[in-house]
Design a protein around this ligand. Structure first.
Ligand SMILES: CC(=O)N[C@H]1[C@@H](OP(=O)(O)OP(=O)(O)OC[C@H]2O[C@@H](n3ccc(=O)[nH]c3=O)[C@H](O)[C@@H]2O)O[C@H](CO)[C@@H](O)[C@@H]1O
Length: 386
């Protein structure tokens, strides 16, 4: 079966994490999210994959190659200009002309039964079946009004208040018949949700919906990213500790997944679910709480507390720090006695001077150097803000 993954977007809402990488390459459990997606597709029998690329195309292509290590075959198509979601898929038409195919976003994290959705679509004569989920606040999504026979009668992209006629949100996962290409203009910016679906409904061309079962999120912003990490950590197997570590007397409670050569100092406590990459060094009297991932080659110094945070590779955190609900990108350095409050996002290679407090939901851009003893209350996007 065929799948098309849209990876052309710039991921501006996830800055500063998308300065150094495209959105699908942001790590979940220390592995690019698009790798998890390809592994899921492979498991579900979608072995023939085409990926549409735009922003930082080479990063994704380098990482995935021809797909053989994941048991799939991958072709790539490139967007010279922004083509939107449907326009991007139209650009891949030559790979998708001969049988129904599923379309997904490169930032999707899911365990949905896609094969079931594909089979459902095959039993109908419609051009597109939209995967729908019931969501409490669907304002960030397309919403659909669907009848008991799966037919969609209304569709509205990102409804404003007073326009929310349904909480059935489009997952942005579509099973399409190749005849759909006749409805999408070539080399033109054109979206499934903003252009194609409203046009089809206007022309009374049938669209089906299917209530998806399982977990799904798109990693569109930092909050969704944290949720995706949480889900994936919850799926770590039982009480196991996988991997190699050395310690004198640390208390380690699973589930924990460790890379090679992790060392944990004296009297430290690590409480899973947690993933730690290789060669990471954790000092004495450190507490690492549940729902945390730490990448490779990191150093966490003595007396520090890290809770529900996602720390990428080559990061150093000083001693006696409090890090809660934060995301810290590659190569960043946090000095001693710092406090990073919930929702902090620190860009790659940024430096936070010692005894600094970063207030909730603050973002610090790459390579910024914050001096000592600061209290950071607004986003730092260039040196003059520090
Ligand atoms: C307009 C559109 O389709 N909206 C849908 C999209 O919104 P959403 O706002 O999430 O759409 P995005 O702009 O994130 O684009 C979705 C995907 O398309 C890719 N992309 C985007 C633009 C582009 O020119 N090239 C490209 O490849 C992005 O990398 C991303 O993977 O997904 C939501 C679910 O997640 C749905 O509820 C929305 O109905």
């Amino acid at each position: 079966m065929k799948a098309c993954i849209m990876c052309g977007g710039e991921g501006t809402r996830l800055r500063p994490l998308t300065f150094a990488r495209p959105k699908p390459s942001i790590p979940i459990l220390n592995k690019s999210s698009v790798v998890h997606l390809i592994e899921h597709l492979s498991k579900e029998g979608f072995n023939d994959i085409v990926i549409t690329l735009g922003y930082m195309a080479d990063k994704i292509e380098e990482e995935l190659g021809d797909g053989s290590i994941f048991g799939v075959h991958i072709d790539y198509v490139y967007e010279e200009q922004k083509l939107g979601t449907a326009g991007g898929v139209k650009n891949a038409e030559k790979y998708l002309r001969d049988e129904p195919f599923v379309v997904l976003g490169g930032d999707h994290v899911l365990n949905l039964n896609l094969r079931e959705m594909y089979r459902f679509h095959e039993m109908t004569d419609v051009l597109v079946t939209i995967g729908l989920l019931s969501i409490d606040d669907p304002r960030e999504f397309g919403i659909a009004d669907m009848d008991v026979n799966n037919r969609i009668h209304r569709f509205l992209e990102k409804p404003g208040s007073g326009e929310i006629f349904s909480n059935l949100a489009s997952t942005g996962i579509y099973v399409c018949d190749p005849r759909i290409f006749d409805l999408i203009p070539a080399n033109t910016k054109y979206d499934f949700a903003k252009d194609l679906f409203p046009d089809m409904l206007r022309r009374e061309i049938k669209i089906n919906g299917l209530l998806a079962r399982g977990k799904w999120t798109d990693v569109g912003n930092a909050a969704a990213y944290r949720q995706a990490q949480r889900w994936m950590l919850e799926s770590l197997p039982g009480t196991t500790i996988v991997g190699h570590f050395s310690t004198k007397d640390a208390r380690i409670t699973g589930p924990i997944q460790l890379g090679h050569n992790v060392s944990v100092g004296s009297n430290s406590a690590i409480v899973g679910p947690i993933v730690i990459g290789e060669n990471t060094v954790i000092g004495d009297n450190v507490l690492i709480g549940p729902y945390t991932t730490i990448g490779s080659n990191c150093v966490i110094n003595d007396e520090t507390r890290i809770l529900s945070s996602y720390i990428f590779n080559d990061v150093t955190i000083g001693s006696n720090c409090n890090v809660s609900g934060s995301i810290i990108d590659n190569g960043a350095k946090v000095g001693d006695n710092c406090c990073l409050e919930n929702g902090t996002v620190i860009g790659p290679d940024a430096v936070i001077g010692k005894s600094t407090t970063v207030h909730s939901n603050i973002r610090i851009w790459p390579e910024i150097v914050v001096r000592e003893n600061k209290s950071i209350k607004e986003d730092i996007i260039n040196e003059s803000y520090v």
